[in-house]
Design a binder for this molecule. Sequence first.
Ligand code: DP6
Length: 340
Amino acid sequence: MKIEAVCPSNIALVKYWGKEGVQLPMNPSVSFTLSESKTITQLGWREALTPGFSFLFEGEKKPGFEPKIQQFLERIAHLAPELQGLELEISSRNTFPHSSGIASSASAFGALSLAIAHLLSSLRNESELDRSLASEMARLGSGSACRSLFPIVGLWGKHPAIEHSSNQFAIGLADKTHPIFKSYKDYILLIDEGVKSVSSTAGHNLMNGHPFAEARKKQAFEHCLRMTEILESGDLDEFIRLTELEALTLHALMLSASTPYILMRPNTVAVLEEVKAFRNETKIPICFTLDAGANVHLLFPESEEQKLASWVKGLARKYSANEKYLCDTVGTGAQSKRIE
Ligand code: DP6
């Protein structure tokens, strides 16, 4: 028997930045689930006296990825004790170019966790797989991954004013999201395809003892609640203001860490300026967000896509590495099925 799970990446609107304990967030975060940038993982297994795994990425052995998978399997052992008697065969591929600067850990751990949750539900004779469990396992692989398991919008982190919210796993907010956001576009300008100088994990660590940590935490709780209201009402002016504020705040926290660092490149800043000027001029509701890197995500309603096509192409020509950009859309999230 084999299971195949497909999980997309996600882009945070309110950013998770800083951890507490084992992969618990310093603050709640909200993201759009994407649809094109995804990982497809096949999971096979057989009984074994000692647990173990083999891993292929795009058909090839990748020893460099094995320690992360090993750590993940150790971290989820209490949630998936059945794995102790199994040897896993994991085979994975991405639909987006490798080392394009797109974070693949969210879709990768999302897909692997969903496949394992599917396996557990069949071993446990449950009629439905437990998506919260899949999300909790994904979180233990990579924090932001836990939000990718839910369609349209995922929220992760306990917030006193948001029902069912939890630090352990994400929840889906699709049914509280305005239709305009359900087909929102995310075009990703690949400004820099190189490896980041400071990893997200190292960046999270720099929030310990950061001089603005407490203020950021308070702000992120406020922003999270406000973002859920905006996503429900469809207020685009507020969406633009808050999304851009969050992106710039994330990078401001890097700039003001005890070991400061800059992940934006000159072309990143140039694109941000272009977006603002273009929006002022055309009144088209387009905005930017950033992840922990140099690439710029352009977010806009699907109805504006045609009007923006040649402008985006021009931006990519001027500012992207090799003129590259990816076109993604908010989407319905992760799926799994038995394939053999
Ligand atoms: C800036 O989830 O990649 O994208 O938990 O260490 O794997 P780890 O970190 P990761 O951090 C993502 C940071 C972010 C913001 C976000 O996605 O919320």
